[in-house]
Design a protein around this ligand. Structure first.
Ligand SMILES: [Zn+2]
Length: 320
């Protein structure tokens, strides 16, 4: 049986019908900005109905950014998506679509996507980090997604690395998110550009606002200032990963999200910190690599977390 995965984000709502093998049979996208705030629930339901379009489907999982209580299928806090907060989203969706609907954190869903179909498909223990505007995370141990007692676990982006560090979106200081997100890369790029006005990065910063992808592009061209930005960011990432490697002893750490396109400029300094700080044998085993599914990890992982009416995963892994 197929399942539908829905990835609700700040820029788009994507829905897809997915087979047990992870093949997308049908897909639809709606730009979030074009949706009036009071039509969000309706639009998610419309996307599910539209994408279903004659396919046999056993269940739906809606992945949402923010704080989710998966045990209650409830969104506690979702930045810019307030209409879906504190409502029984599963029931609202079931009433509109006639399908069994569960709710999951978007980074947990993406982590599960990489585990089932991407960078972690051959292992049992995987840590996933997504470096976007914010930093999300997800942990799989013994083939099971770590959710914690309420379903709010796996918030790897908000571990404190520097108590006096930059302010984070969560209100704390020096979280991984405040030091290694796309937003953090732009902030650090401004700082280093000011100190090195003659660098290519410095010159660009005089002309216009520097974006994350500019930093990667300049680093590829060999600009030392841009390389320094990514090196510092990768270093913070690695300091956080060293902790996760010690705690979870994963076989794979997969790094996804838009900022992960900087590739080895981030991963190399990150691996170095893990080597310096994590303990043997965990540090010897772990492979730190780029996620492989790109933005599709969200819908694929959500679909693979969809449950049928009897509570079973619709796309159960083989042998389970
Ligand atoms: Zn934080």
């Amino acid at each position: 049986m197929n399942a539908i995965g829905v990835d609700v984000g700040g820029t788009k709502i994507a829905a897809a019908v997915v087979t047990p093998e992870g093949k997308i049979l049908n897909e639809t996208r709606y730009p979030t900005q074009a949706i009036p705030p009071n039509r969000l629930v309706e639009t998610i339901a419309d996307a599910i109905t539209e994408v279903k379009n004659g396919f046999e489907v056993g269940g739906v999982c809606v992945a949402v950014p923010g704080l989710i209580l998966t045990a209650e299928n409830k969104v506690i806090f979702a930045p810019n998506l307030h209409e879906i907060e504190n409502i029984p989203l599963d029931e609202e969706m079931r009433n509109r679509t006639g399908l069994s609907v569960t709710v999951e954190n978007d980074a947990n869903a993406a982590a599960w996507g990489e585990f089932r179909y991407g960078a972690g498909k051959d292992v049992e223990h995987q840590v996933f980090i997504t470096l976007g505007t914010g930093v999300g995370g997800g942990v799989i141990t013994h083939g099971v997604l770590l959710r914690g007692s309420q379903g709010a676990g796996g918030e790897l982006g908000h571990v404190t690395l520097d108590p006096e560090g930059p302010l984070c979106g969560c209100g704390n200081r020096g979280c991984l998110e405040a030091l290694a997100s796309g937003t953090a890369i732009r902030r650090l790029a401004r700082e280093i550009a000011n100190k090195q006005p003659r660098s290519a990065l410095g010159q660009l910063a005089i002309e216009r606002q520097v974006l994350g992808e500019d930093v990667t592009e300049l680093a590829r061209k060999g600009d030392e200032a841009a390389i320094a930005v990514l090196n510092e960011t990768g270093r913070w990432l690695g300091i956080a990963l060293a902790g996760f490697v010690n705690i979870f002893n994963p076989e794979v750490v997969a790094i996804g999200g838009g900022a992960a396109r900087a590739g080895e400029f981030l991963l190399e300094p990150a691996r170095k910190e893990v080597w310096l700080r994590a303990r043997s044998p965990s540090r010897d085993l772990v492979e730190i690599k780029e996620a492989t599914l790109g933005p599709e990890s969200g819908v694929l992982g959500a679909a693979a977390l969809a449950r049928s009416e009897d509570g079973e995963y619709v796309l159960a892994p083989p042998g389970v």
